[in-house]
Ligand binder design. Structure first.
Ligand code: ADP
Ligand code: MG
Length: 378
């Protein structure tokens, strides 16, 4: 139990235990920085933070995955002052202090059943759980979406990762049995019923265990393409291009690569809308075809897949999945597949066999249940 482990490390019982989940995006990839739409669910896999207040303004962080205790002074925190994994809880403390919240010193022990670096957003979960713990230790109440905005700043400025707001919003604001429909332009969220089990379905999440290749450079290049195309079209962002206006917009673009990037973004935003419509109408099986169309768009137009992702998607579809796609930023990470519950095992076996045939590292499946956002456990 985390309370016992906490006592072993810090010598006292924790004042409380908090949790924040990882997430998987159902559809809407590389749409966030185009003012678009995303549709994540929170996972049951999560970061758990046990914490106790300290009177001396010191911060001490430890993780059950490594015994060393990292120390810092709350008052002395500035971007870069704590590095490595402890930059996440330190970044949470820093942004709360910077934003005028009267958080104090604390001991924090972090535990997790969320794979790190698999694209399931362990980073945002760690930030959210840490921020919630630091706030509630002092009895400070902050709205979940505001916590999300704060820790996004911490990830951007303190950790130095240029991430959007989806991961933090998913970890803070998702609810059980729902996907979070997040409109980045409107800054609005809506809870969309998504309960595969109740429909006789299962959502598979499979880490394809591919080494991430050139992720940062490729991400920057995709953003640049989208910004250049928006500038040439004279719009603030690609969100302004409707599916009806797509052909006309494409005809006005000089660069062949930019044209394909734009086609992905515009059609992907439309697919999110269609997925939400189908889910609201209880037509969950119809979402499958949208997953697959999204994958084809990312493979051929946005060019962010790698062979492991394509092989996993193809094997899932050949085994009868209703739909499958890579999820996350691309170049590695996970695929998701929507399957009849009875076909889950044969689909996984088919993917494993395809990976063995290709000589790939064995993929790692994860149970995926639409779960609630961050909360206090004890
Ligand atoms: P992702 O968010 O997709 O999991 P990132 O590279 O954004 O991948 O974040 C992973 C980083 O988050 C890890 O390298 C580590 O620094 C930190 N982290 C995640 N989980 C833990 C944990 N349980 N204990 C300590 N650090 C963690
Ligand atoms: Mg991350």
């Amino acid at each position: 139990m985390i309370a016992e482990q906490f006592e072993q490390v810090f010598g006292t019982r924790p004042d409380g235990v908090w949790r924040a989940p990882g997430r998987v995006n159902l559809i809407g990839e590389h749409t966030d920085y185009n003012d678009g739409l995303v549709l994540p669910i929170a996972l049951s896999q999560q970061i758990v933070v046990a914490a106790a207040a300290r009177p001396d303004g010191r911060l001490r962080f430890s993780s059950t995955q490594g015994r060393d205790v990292i120390e810092a002074d709350l008052a002395a925190l500035e971007p870069g002052s704590v590095s490595d994994w402890a930059a996440y809880p330190a970044g949470a403390a820093w942004i709360l202090r910077e934003s005028g919240y009267d958080v104090g010193g604390a001991n924090l022990l972090i535990d997790s059943d969320l794979p790190t670096g698999a694209g399931l957003s362990s980073s945002a979960a760690l930030l959210c759980a840490s921020a919630l713990a630091l706030l509630e230790l002092r009895g400070i109440e902050v709205a979940p979406d505001e916590v999300a905005r704060l820790v996004q700043k911490a990830e951007n400025i303190y950790v130095g990762a240029p991430v959007g707001l989806m991961d933090q919003m998913a970890s803070m604001c998702c609810t059980e049995g729902h996907a979070l429909f997040f409109d980045i332009q409107a800054m609005s969220i809506a809870q969309i019923p998504f309960d595969p089990a109740a429909a006789g379905l299962q959502l598979l999440v499979i880490d394809v265990k591919a080494p991430h290749r050139h992720v940062d450079g490729e991400y920057a290049a995709r953003r640049k393409s989208c910004e250049a195309a928006a500038a040439q079209l004279g719009v603030p962002s690609l969100r302004a291009i409707s599916p009806e206006g797509l052909d006309d917009a494409l005809a006005r673009l000089d660069d062949e690569v930019d044209r394909r990037r734009v086609r992905h973004v515009v059609t992907e935003i439309a697919r999110v809308e269609q997925a939400v419509e189908a889910m609201r109408a209880g037509r969950l099986r119809d979402v499958g075809a949208l997953f697959t169309a999204s994958h084809v768009s990312m493979r051929d137009d946005f060019e962010i897949t790698v062979p492991e992702l394509d092989v996993a998607v193809d094997a899932a579809l050949a085994a009868g999945a209703l739909g499958a796609r890579m999820t996350g930023g691309g170049f590695g990470g996970c695929i998701i597949a929507l399957v009849e519950a009875a076909a889950a095992d044969t689909t996984l076996a088919a993917i494993e066999k395809a990976f063995a045939d290709h000589g790939f590292t064995a993929p790692a499946p994860l149970p995926a249940t639409p779960s609630p956002g961050a909360s206090r456990l004890t």
